[in-house]
Design a protein around this ligand. Structure first.
Ligand SMILES: [Mn+2]
Length: 399
């Protein structure tokens, strides 16, 4: 049986809403044309309670898929909710969708509508001819609960089946500097394939001697350097235990670095413009360009003398530009703090100064949410989106 593994569509993701939809659509159509079953390890939606417009997008995507003439059928389901279809579209809720136990989440709503099967905290058995595949799923939980959840549910492989364990978490092996994560050894033994979501870049490893695959998200959300690779999905063939990555058309994301060491702000601005120009390809769609500035400015200049606030506007027709100054060495001194207190910074952007402090604080607190620090800063500094930003952060922190 050919199992397509697609993850983290983040439908409704505010910043790149159209990308989220069109890239999920391409991945789903392409996967359905070449695989016998689709495995979806969570974060199909960006938030727990999406707007009706976003639910409509998801229904549009899954209605056609669920009506296809699938040769593979789901013959048995034991999970939290009842199942209302036999189509081989098997999903779990991710951390972005997870609600308190026993209340509905948007993945579960698609299952109630009979468009897919939600195997969160349960399993499904798929059948094609005389081959059977069992998929055991654990929906996304907060990291410290994961090892306990495995112990409580005690997932076991099903005799006579090819067994898949599907979940939506980070592990120590993937994020070594993060404490409190479960490790590969905590994952249940005896499965033939381990499928994970949550991490937005592609990962291929081994767990208990078997393949462990993360396809990464189909849309860019975190603007991490590791997200520059092309987006897509895996197809795993149980006949010979081989797998391949299938690329989709996705918006290009480029990280460029500009070294400010020993330079005057004007010279750095010129370098930034040149770096952006080089990163914009001729004739293709608008890329997302993240400019990372490092180094210490020429003595006598401060980081906030380098005003980067205009770049995203200047290039808005040709690229989506984000400038990150967090990697610059700080040259601020006590006299600067005095100056700030007196408000004597003249025309220098206090906002940039604030952004620097904000990013630093987030770093110290191991900030790892899907909203980029500068985007969050923008949202918090605007009266109209302040409440929305606070809500988003609270939802991410207390799933
Ligand atoms: Mn995600």
């Amino acid at each position: 049986m050919k199992l397509a593994i697609l993850s983290d569509f983040h439908l409704g993701y505010d910043r790149f809403r159209e990308d989220a939809y069109s890239q999920a659509e391409e991945a789903l159509i392409s996967a359905a044309s070449c695989a016998d079953a689709l495995l979806l390890p969570g974060d199909l939606f960006d938030i727990r309670a999406p707007k009706p417009e976003v639910l409509a997008e998801a229904i549009n995507l899954f209605r056609n898929l669920s009506r296809m003439d699938w040769k593979t059928r789901t013959v048995r389901v034991e999970a939290e909710g009842k199942s209302y279809t036999t189509v081989p579209l098997i999903a779990i809720a991710g951390t972005h969708e997870r609600r308190a136990q026993r209340s509905e989440n948007p993945v579960n709503l698609l299952a109630l509508a009979g468009m897919l099967i939600d195997v969160s905290d349960g399993f499904a058995v798929l059948e094609k001819g005389n081959e059977r595949v069992a998929v055991y799923g654990i929906g996304g939980v907060s990291e410290e609960q994961f090892a306990d959840t495995i112990r409580r549910l005690n997932p076991r492989p099903m005799p006579g089946c090819f067994n898949v364990f599907m979940f939506h978490q980070s592990t120590k092996e993937l994020l070594p500097f993060d404490s409190g994560l479960a490790c590969f050894d905590d994952l249940p033994k005896g499965f033939d394939l381990y499928v994970d979501g949550h991490i937005h870049n592609r990962v291929e490893k081994k767990v208990h001697g078997k393949p462990f695959l993360i396809p990464g998200s189909t849309v860019l959300t975190q603007l991490k350097n590791s997200e520059q690779e092309e987006k897509g999905f895996y197809v795993y063939d149980t006949a010979d235990n081989s797998y391949a990555f299938h690329k989709i058309t996705s918006r290009r994301f480029v990280v460029v670095k500009v070294d400010a060491a020993g330079k005057e702000p004007m010279a750095v601005s010129k370098d930034i413009r040149e770096a952006i120009e080089r990163a914009i390809p001729a004739g293709s769609g608008k890329p997302i360009i993240k400019v990372e500035i490092t180094g210490k400015l020429k003595p006598g200049f401060k980081n906030l003398d380098l005003d980067t606030s205009a770049f995203s506007k200047t290039y808005k027709d040709r690229a989506i530009v984000e400038v990150a100054k967090a990697g610059m060495e700080s040259v601020e001194t006590n006299s600067d703090v005095d100056a700030l207190r007196k408000g004597s910074f003249d025309n220098v952007s206090v906002k940039d100064y604030g952004l620097g402090i904000f990013v630093e604080k987030l770093k110290q607190n191991k900030y790892d949410l899907d909203i980029s620090p500068s985007e969050l800063f923008e949202m918090l500094s605007s009266e109209t989106s302040k409440d929305k930003a606070t809500k988003k952060v609270l939802e991410a922190l207390f799933p």
